[in-house]
Design a protein around this ligand. Structure first.
Ligand SMILES: Cc1ncc(COP(=O)(O)O)c(C=O)c1O
Length: 400
């Protein structure tokens, strides 16, 4: 089963998988086995109703999503990438800059370009790996008036950005706040869940995400009725009235099967997020007990553990350690049949496709250092304690 975060064709988990590592990064078979009948029944309902595109199953999921997040509008769409594009197009960024992080999945920047905007990158905070508001403030201070339309912080690895700092900046500079909440369903800052923090937000339901579809899907969320209406219009080729196109939209519709499957998964998401939190606590303890945890920002001999910053609820979509000899450790883990992954090995300003943005090597030292040191370890709701012990034993063996 593919353990990649995205970008490669998703390989559905087979019923038996002899090739699965001893400790996989993710095992969807364990997630699907207990709810297989519910999923099959939900899919059968879609076949029987033949509501294949949008329709009742998508509307029902949209309503349930609103309830779960405590938000007014959800607009289901075809992927997280489409959700980002729709959200940015809805707030109108044409020819203006959008500030975001160089340490994220490619879509965080490519969707700004697709929506007609100009990505403006700022470095990250080395502890949370999220966009650093002090860097953003510096950049805003030097930007010509009205040249920046929005800030797009990414809630990386399932932890919300320190949002209050961005609310302040948005007010001061008159900007829209767009959340990339692709990895953070159920995470929160104070009493507010990701998806309801900014003016508008984008989620991905790629099968490896914590709230996942059985294929590609995403949603836009907002409390603003005008942005919701605009997003719905853009999702259907810019149509408000059938075959009357007010703007250049796109086909970004969610299909009925995904809506139906997402409604099933939504019933379990709180329980699954709680299990992720337990698994993260267990890793913290295991690393501390093994004497490997270094209480510092950058690693020396051991590993720096990921932290939950105060004032928020992390849902541990990923458990990402920092270590100095990352690549050698990863090779060792692979040889031990312990899964791991690097999110992300190349910061976005160093991607070939984005060279034209003109950022040099060294432009964002924190993002560049993180790209060399981060390693995501297996975490998913069904992971067993003995598997986590095995992961930590393997890391200890390498570092000893
Ligand atoms: C931070 C981030 N943004 C955007 C996306 C794009 O989502 P999707 O793969 O559903 O298009 C992803 C998913 O991989 C992501 O992790």
């Amino acid at each position: 089963m593919a353990n990649t975060e995205t970008a490669q064709p998703f390989m559905a988990a087979p019923t038996t998988h002899p090739a699965l590592p001893a400790v996989p990064m993710l095992d969807l078979e364990r997630q699907y086995a207990p709810i297989r009948d519910e999923i099959i029944a939900a899919l059968a309902e879609v076949v029987d109703s033949r509501q294949f595109i949008l329709g009742d199953f998508v509307s029902r999921f949209e309503q349930e999503a609103c309830q779960h997040l405590g938000i007014r509008h959800a607009v289901g769409c075809a992927s997280g990438t489409d959700a980002l594009w729709l959200a940015l197009a809805a707030v109108r960024i044409q020819d203006q800059a959008v500030i975001t992080t160089p340490f994220s999945f490619f879509a965080s920047v490519s969707s700004i370009l697709r929506a007609g905007g100009k990505p403006m990158l700022c470095d990250i905070d080395p502890v949370s790996f999220n966009l650093d508001a002090t860097q953003v403030k510096k950049v805003l201070g030097n930007a010509p008036e009205h040249s920046v339309a929005a800030i797009l912080p990414v809630h990386l690895y399932g932890q919300c950005v320190a949002w209050e700092n961005f609310t302040q900046l948005a007010k001061e500079f008159g900007l829209a706040l767009v959340e990339d909440a692709a990895q953070a369903w159920g995470a929160s800052r104070g009493d507010i869940k990701a998806g309801g923090l900014g003016d508008i937000a984008a989620f991905s339901f790629y099968p490896t995400k914590n709230l996942n579809a059985a294929g590609d899907a995403g949603t836009v969320t907002t409390n603003n009725p005008e942005l919701a209406e605009r997003t719905r219009m853009l999702r259907q080729h810019g149509m408000r009235e059938r075959y009357h196109h007010d703007e250049l939209g796109w086909n970004a519709r969610m299909d009925g099967f995904q809506g139906a499957v997402l409604s099933v998964h939504l019933r379990y998401i709180e329980q699954r997020n709680a299990l992720r939190r337990e698994a993260a606590q267990r890793y913290h303890k295991l690393f501390a007990n093994a004497g490997l945890a270094e209480n510092r920002v950058y690693p020396e001999q051991g590993v720096v553990l990921p932290q939950e910053i105060g004032g928020g609820r992390h849902i541990w979509h990923q458990y990402v350690i920092r270590t100095a000899r990352r690549d050698a450790l990863r090779d060792f883990l692979t040889a031990q049949r312990v899964g791991s992954e690097i999110y992300y090995p190349v910061p976005l300003h160093r991607q070939k496709a984005l060279e034209f943005l003109g950022y040099e090597d060294g432009a964002f030292p924190e993002a560049e250092r993180a790209a060399r040191e981060v390693l995501a370890l297996p975490i998913f709701p069904e992971i067993r304690a003995d598997e986590q012990e095995r992961v930590v034993r393997a890391v200890a063996e390498f570092l000893s």
